[in-house]
Design a protein around this ligand. Structure first.
Ligand SMILES: [Zn+2]
Ligand SMILES: [Zn+2]
Length: 258
């Protein structure tokens, strides 16, 4: 049996959790069919690390950005550095960016300021946006709508809303990305979302080292487990995994222009 053609659209491979065994992690991922991985910065140091990793690994691309958790420390110099890094080789998207009202690690006004700045930056760079949204759908969707990202598009990463939110994301020009939680025993509205989103607007991700799919919960997540999440989504949609995986990879490649 040949492995499905998988694209991990949201990973943090350059995080310290992978420093000791990155080569083995990449080998396992490749063997499971993960042909491409987008590794994503969350502040200036991790954005630099993402760019460096993409330069070393032929099947890894990078995104640079400021996670809402780091919004309070993001002054003009930090934003300028992200904009500079955005022009590096193999940087194919801007993010992750967005709003997180669940952990609220930065004040909301700072989160909004930094999110808005990066939406503008992505527009100038003509690159897709990678959106993080936790318990903040109304404000997140409003800010995306104000900027209008439809030219370059983007991804609502680790989608956590319901069908109504999914429809609004699609209307704003975003793809919907499902992660490990769709495999959990209490997946909320995610099974319905997995069936609702049109096949040409859906992608999958690990968000590793976070959020491993059900059989690996409590451990470090890694790209090889993307196959479990993709298989669950295919099962929910009643589609063969190989077909869906190839289609989702094509969606990611089209968005990121790979
Ligand atoms: Zn995130
Ligand atoms: Zn992330």
């Amino acid at each position: 049996m040949t492995a499905p053609d998988l694209f991990d659209t949201h990973a943090h491979l350059h995080f310290p959790e992978f420093a000791g065994d990155l080569d083995a992690v990449l080998e396992r991922a490749r063997a499971a069919g993960v042909r491409r991985i987008l590794t994503i910065g969350t502040d200036v140091p991790t954005s630099r690390a993402a760019v460096a990793m993409a330069a070393r690994e032929p099947d890894v691309w990078a995104a640079v950005g400021l996670h809402p958790h780091h919004a309070a420390e993001a002054d003009d110099a930090v934003l300028a550095e992200i904009e500079r890094l955005a022009a590096s080789a193999k940087v194919v998207a801007i993010g992750e960016m967005g709003l997180d009202y669940f952990r609220n690690l930065a004040p909301r006004d700072a989160q909004e300021r930094v999110f808005r700045s990066q939406l503008g930056l992505a527009r100038r760079a003509r690159k897709p946006v990678l959106i993080h949204c936790r318990d903040a759908h109304e404000d997140t969707l409003r800010l995306i709508g104000e900027t209008d990202v439809r030219d370059a598009g983007g991804i609502m990463h680790c989608f956590s809303g319901d069908v109504g939110i999914a429809r609004r994301c699609l209307d704003l020009g975003l793809l919907v990305s499902l992660a490990g939680p769709v495999t959990y025993p209490k997946p909320g509205a995610l099974p319905e979302v997995a069936r609702y989103v049109p096949g040409d607007r859906l992608v999958v991700e690990t968000d590793c080292p976070f959020l491993p799919p059900q059989p690996h919960r409590g451990k470090r997540n890694e790209p090889v487990y993307l196959a479990i999440t993709a298989a669950r989504v295919a099962e929910l949609r009643g589609e063969p995994l190989a077909d869906l995986a190839a289609r989702m990879s094509e969606n990611a490649r089209a968005l990121l222009r790979l």
